[in-house]
Design a protein around this ligand. Structure first.
Ligand code: AHM
Ligand code: MG
Length: 337
């Protein structure tokens, strides 16, 4: 089978045949892909539909919602509720978990998603993305509450993202590596274009919002300074820097050519835990990066091992090529933190 002829459906059915994927997960992934196609279409037609601006409402994080945040949320809600195994949905844009079942059973799915990440890029026509993740309930649930979804990232059975860039990508892992698909305009198909995506061990590119440098702790300042010092510093090589303000675009670049992405907890955001959300941003991206031979950490611990305390919890995120993430972890150990 050539790459060009490997449609998403063919790929998923092959995994199902090998008993590597449940049929219900195949259906859910197809519903996710449909959602991404619809959202991509809406974004690309945003200026004509006049939907690139803000709404009058804020989400639970206190952030003003963009019209497309709300549209993308509704698209995922309606399409990803089809699969009979989905018991609950957790969205960045919704205060509480949406329950589809009164008595979820062991084996039912929880679906976590950030409908439109990096949406501040929308009205300047830069890349945005969607992030999603699935875990399986380990036991029957008697009483529904938001706490039911507080599951560690190690339990994810599927994590992925869609990047709405010059083309629309769908990249995901079911725990056996990472594969990337591209939406072929005109046919509606996602075709396998980036099989078995792998991060290199090393890199000379880092991504951080440097305007926050006054807020950084000494370890982050030290790491960034080492990169900036280039050939004259301890790294003895020149580093390049990128910042797209869209985590999905950063992770996609890192999966494609290596790098490290940092949105650490800092003096300004530490009381909230950091900037990015654990369940539907940090966990899925960490799962994908680890599956692609990379590393994801708060600097002090592996993100996937963090026990969530609340469903909109935030966390510091440092992910990418192992050598770089390990270097930061070792800087923290050195100062006993
Ligand atoms: P969002 O979920 O509200 O869009 O915020 C997440 C985004 C990430 O995609 C990106 O890495 C970060 O926020 C950008 O933050 P900043 O505005 O500090 O550059
Ligand atoms: Mg987001």
């Amino acid at each position: 089978m050539t790459l060009e002829s490997t449609t998403l459906r063919k790929f998923l059915l092959q995994l199902q045949k090998q008993d590597a994927l449940d049929q219900d997960l195949v259906l859910l992934i197809e519903d996710i892909a449909t959602s991404c196609r619809i959202i991509s279409h809406q974004i690309r037609n945003g200026p004509f539909l006049d939907i690139l601006g803000a709404t009058e409402t804020s989400n639970i994080q206190g952030e003003t919602q963009k019209q497309l945040d709300v549209i993308a949320n509704d698209v995922f809600l309606s399409h990803c509720s089809n699969c009979a195994r989905v018991a609950g949905l957790v969205s960045e844009e919704l205060d509480d978990v949406v329950w589809l079942k009164d008595r979820p059973k062991a084996g039912d799915y929880l679906f976590y998603f950030d409908p439109l990440d990096g949406s501040s890029n929308l009205n300047v026509n830069l890349s945005v993305g969607s992030i999603f993740s699935v875990v399986e309930l380990e036991e029957d649930i008697e009483t529904l509450s938001n706490d039911v979804v507080l599951v560690k990232g190690t339990k994810q059975i599927f994590a992925g993202y869609s990047l709405y860039g010059p083309s629309t990508s769908l990249v995901f892992s079911t725990g056996q590596g990472v594969n990337g698909f591209t939406h072929k305009m005109g046919t509606g198909e996602f075709l396998l274009t980036f099989p078995n995506m792998q991060l290199p061990e090393t890199t000379d590119e880092f991504a951080i919002n440097a305007s926050r440098w006054r807020q950084w702790d000494p370890v982050i300042s030290r790491y960034v300074q080492e990169c900036i010092d280039g050939e004259d510093g301890p790294r003895q090589k020149t580093f390049n820097m990128r910042w797209t303000a869209s985590m999905v675009a950063e992770v996609h670049r890192i999966l494609t050519r290596g790098g490290i992405f940092l949105y650490p907890a800092d003096k300004e955001n530490a009381s909230r835990g950091g900037k990015l959300r654990l369940l539907y941003e940090a966990n899925p991206m960490s799962f994908i990066v680890e599956q692609a031979n990379g590393r994801a950490s708060t600097g002090r611990e592996r993100i996937l091992s963090v026990q969530p305390q609340s469903h909109h919890q935030r966390i510091g995120v440092i992910l990418g090529c192992s050598e770089e993430v390990e270097r930061i972890e070792s800087h923290y150990r050195e100062i006993g933190q």
